[in-house]
Design a protein around this ligand. Structure first.
Ligand code: ADP
Ligand code: MG
Ligand code: MG
Length: 213
């Protein structure tokens, strides 16, 4: 009954799967600087499982909320690792907020992204500046919400927020990690960006192409 938004949600997950697939080696390399090197493969496993599940949900007529919840659960189950648990929980929280209405407004999409940010921060306990994916997710969420509140379209607001997230992810190179696996290797991480922040920015940038006027 809510196929329109369900298909869009599926297209977002598929766009994320494609961009991650193309960056598996680079994300693994970034994670090997101060982490265990599995971020590329973990993100690939998670986004693949999520995209498969999203397609199955759309075929069954699911709306956006159900698509995102099922995709998130599949991601968390298949990815393994810290980022997999956080991505899974974030997608589920977004799905629960957006629900299965046929045409959710841009303000509802922004609220769903903020619900994802909220669960990611409460689950992982990281704040801005800790050198994690939160350093990209928070500016993305703030940028999206501010632009939508200003009356910009979802397409424009999302793509500009993705630019904010990319700049913030690149800037994590200058930070020392305070949480997560990279923490014991603090000094090695200096000069190299956080892999989870980079993959999040890549994902949001790829997803921007789905939202057209
Ligand atoms: P693991 O560290 O379990 O091997 P991944 O390599 O898939 O998991 O993911 C590493 C990324 O997870 C880091 O680059 C960072 O962005 C993110 N991360 C790690 N710990 C946290 C945390 N407590 N809160 C938010 N993000 C985190
Ligand atoms: Mg890792
Ligand atoms: Mg690991």
């Amino acid at each position: 009954a809510s196929a329109a938004a369900g298909s869009t949600a599926r297209d977002v997950i598929e766009a994320i799967r494609v961009v991650i697939h193309g960056q598996v080696l680079e994300l693994g390399r970034l994670d090997s600087v101060a982490g265990d090197g599995d971020h590329g493969i973990g993100m690939q496993r998670g986004s693949r499982a999520a995209a498969d599940e999203a397609s199955a949900a759309v075929s069954a007529g699911a709306g956006a909320g159900t698509v995102l919840c099922r995709a998130g659960d599949a991601w968390a189950n298949k990815a393994g690792g810290t980022s997999g648990a956080l991505w899974g929980a974030g997608l589920r929280a977004a799905g629960e907020r957006i629900g299965d209405q046929l045409r959710p407004g841009a303000d509802v999409v922004a609220a769903a992204v903020d619900a994802a940010r909220d669960i990611v921060q409460s689950m992982g306990g990281a704040s801005v500046g800790d050198k994690t994916l939160v350093d990209a997710l928070v500016p993305f969420t703030l940028g999206l919400t501010a632009r939508i509140d200003n009356g910009e379209t979802l397409a424009v607001a999302w793509s500009r927020a993705a630019e904010d997230a990319t700049a913030a992810a690149v800037a994590t190179a200058d930070l020392l990690p305070r949480v997560g696996r990279a923490r014991p290797h603090m000094e090695k991480s200096l000069g190299s960006p956080d892999p989870g922040a980079i993959s999040l920015a890549l994902a949001m940038t790829a997803a921007a192409a789905v939202f057209t006027e």
